[in-house]
Design a protein around this ligand. Structure first.
Ligand code: SAM
Length: 635
């Protein structure tokens, strides 16, 4: 279920010192005392900074991000602390996030101006999603979950070390303190987790006790005599479901495949401190499907806002966040000028209605008039050169590449996995393997997923052809056209199932030229027989969503009927990330972050419903559910 539509905060700044929320009849933290409040109630109340000293990761979960005062105070404390953890994850839930200009107003004259400015720069479009913002060079990872706590909390997958409970007052904002909400905390609490809040309402304290926290009153801050602090001390801790357990003690990982999926996975794992080896049968990175001269990234919109639309929106926002700096710095050819996508099934008024109903913000999506019709404008959309992007990612610290190296077989070992070549020679012994090698992943995993390779041919036109359109931004509908950095036009792509023909085909060039004509109104005066292009195969799952996560174990005994992906038993240390279809650039950054968090136990950057939707075990649990239906034939 979607968390939307999202309504931004209505903030009353008429008292400049104490902004207030008329919808709740309460105030945000007072400007002057906000920092002291955060340090006393939430940091000291959770034993911080002492508790994160020397750790690889520390995870905070805040209910009510508000204006971000607690976040900035925590980031500041982390930055000042010589003993700080390697990575600080700060997960925050917010139903009504502030608009960018309100956030700026709230922090004008901030006592932490540099941090406030960084937060403002990173502030995402206000869509009802999880947004992963990397600050402090990626060592402070702010994971914003924009939605109502009642919907968001059950969908978080994380091991939390410190809870900050900071809703408006319980009598004005009871939804934030409801005992049912507090009952979600044990599922999320890491051993020894702590909680702190300024509230001493007896219902809150009792709710925390019922959830397994030992609570005490401590001196409060400002005008408040007391506050509440607590330690998680449950009588019983149920284990995480088999499909959601991280791999304990993992240090070394082999990634098979050096295309976009493999390169993005390698970089996401290496940034978590793992030693990553990448194997590819080709002589260099991204020589197969990811080797086109350019490719697009952008979101999608659908009136129902189902899994597909939500996943691709979150992925497109993450892709823009990751790619923009690489493009701006010149590390990778590309551009983020926005992207126009023509809409054939809807008239402009209906498009506007979809936009209004979903309340998607203009920095994510707009309706743009085009002649008699209209197109969707994705301001954060653009193009990038996928091979250069893959090569850039693979050069990052902690990654070793082995090109011209075909992984023929995998063998489980007592400690992990052994990779063998065609001669039976050992290529590597590692704790974990991630299969990012498209169609060949099935063979190595020994699994049967409903995947299909789809042939696609692109067409490249020389720069400077007479009459060629300026194309300030890429255009798309079923096909696309974009201008590369060197002025050539790339258009495509055809789409053919069950077609293994590697040769360039005249009919396909003609089809791409028809796409060009439809999108730009221009027909180049040239012989299609002389055109350049490229053929590749995108791997597509039946439901058009990626395939990722730990590989199911078809032989394991299952303590519970595995009718949900999370209940399906897995092969320890064997993972897959593939089936990115024709949206590899859009999906690779988020898919890789999800895979790497899943493997290491970091907070998952997407809601549980979307994890289930892309989980490599979803076909197994679907088959179980089908078989359980009365009258169903067992497959
Ligand atoms: N922690 C914030 C800071 O440091 O600036 C202040 C938080 S303010 C006291 C409470 C926040 O809770 C508001 O931003 C409000 O929008 C949010 N909130 C209220 N009800 C909510 C709900 N049902 N789900 C999620 N957030 C909610």
């Amino acid at each position: 279920m979607s968390w939307g539509p999202l309504r931004p905060a209505r903030i009353d700044f008429s008292d400049a010192q104490v902004p207030s929320a008329p919808d709740f009849g309460d105030t945000y933290p007072p400007r002057a005392g906000a920092l002291g409040r955060s340090r006393h109630v939430f940091l000291a109340g959770n034993g911080l900074p002492r508790r994160w000293a020397g750790r690889r990761r520390f995870v905070v979960l805040e209910t009510g991000f508000g204006l971000g005062h607690n976040f900035l105070a925590t980031w500041d404390a982390w930055q000042q602390d010589a003993q700080r953890c390697d990575t600080l994850w700060y997960v925050a839930i917010e139903k009504h996030p502030p608009r960018r200009d309100d956030l700026a107003r709230a922090h004008a004259g901030s006592r932490l101006p540099a941090l406030a400015a960084d937060l403002l720069r990173a502030w995402p479009p206000l869509t009802p999603d999880m947004h992963l913002l990397d600050l402090a060079g990626g060592r402070v990872r702010l994971l914003l979950a924009f939605g109502d706590i009642a919907q968001v909390l059950p969908e978080l997958v994380a091991r939390v070390d410190a809870f900050y409970l900071d809703g408006f007052a319980p009598d004005r904002n009871p939804a934030m303190w409801d005992p049912w909400r507090l009952r979600q905390l044990p599922r999320l609490a890491a051993p020894g987790a702590t909680v702190a809040t300024w509230s001493v309402a007896s219902a809150v304290r009792q709710g925390l006790q019922a959830a397994g926290f030992q609570v005490e009153k401590r001196p409060g801050w400002g005008g408040k005599r007391e506050m509440t602090a607590g330690v998680f001390a449950p009588r019983f801790t149920p284990p995480a479901p088999p499909g959601r357990q991280p791999l304990a003690g993992v240090r070394t990982v082999a990634v098979v495949g050096a295309g976009l999926a493999g390169a993005a996975t390698a970089v996401a794992l290496a940034r978590r401190g793992l030693a990553v080896q990448v194997f590819d049968r080709q002589a260099g990175p991204a020589q197969e499907t990811s080797g086109n001269a350019g490719g697009l990234f952008h979101g999608v919109v659908h009136a129902q806002d189902g899994h597909h639309a939500r996943w691709l929106r979150a992925a497109a926002l993450q892709a823009a966040r990751v790619l923009q700096p690489l493009i701006d710095s010149g590390a990778v050819p590309g551009a983020v000028p926005g992207l126009l996508r023509g809409e054939q099934a809807l008239v402009p008024a209906a498009m506007q209605q979809v936009l209004d109903t979903l309340a998607l913000p203009p920095d994510y999506l707009q309706v743009q008039p085009q002649g008699a019709g209209a197109a969707w404008l994705y301001p954060g959309g653009g193009w990038v050169a996928p091979a250069a992007l893959s090569a850039h990612w693979l050069q990052q610290a902690g990654i070793t590449c082995h090109f011209g190296s075909t992984v023929q077989a995998l063998q489980p070992t007592p400690a992990g996995w052994r990779l063998l070549d065609a001669a039976g020679q050992v290529l590597a012994d590692v704790d974990a393997v991630v299969l990012c090698n498209a169609a060949d992943a099935q063979r190595l995993a020994g699994t049967d997923w409903p995947l299909q390779p789809v042939r696609g041919q692109t067409t490249l036109l020389l720069a400077g052809l007479p009459g060629a359109p300026a194309l300030p931004r890429p255009l798309a509908d079923g096909g696309y056209v974009l201008r590369l950095a060197d002025g050539r036009l790339l258009c495509g792509a055809t789409s053919q199932r069950d077609d293994a023909d590697p040769a360039l085909r005249l009919a396909d060039h003609q089809q791409n030229l028809a796409t060009l004509q439809r999108l730009t109104g221009w027909t180049p005066d040239l012989d299609p027989g002389q055109l350049a292009g490229r053929v590749g195969w995108r791997l597509l799952a039946d439901d058009r969503l990626p395939l990722l996560g730990p590989v199911p174990d078809g032989h394991a005994s299952q303590p519970r009927t595995p009718d949900q992906p999370r209940l399906v038993a897995r092969q320890a240390g064997l993972y897959v990330l593939t089936a990115l279809g024709s949206r590899g650039i859009t999906q690779a950054p988020l898919a890789a972050e999800l895979l790497a968090s899943w493997l290491t136990g970091d907070p998952l950057p997407v809601p549980a419903a979307l994890v289930d939707a892309v989980d490599a075990a979803r076909f197994t649990s679907r088959a179980v559910r089908r078989a359980a239906r009365p009258g169903a034939s067992v497959e």
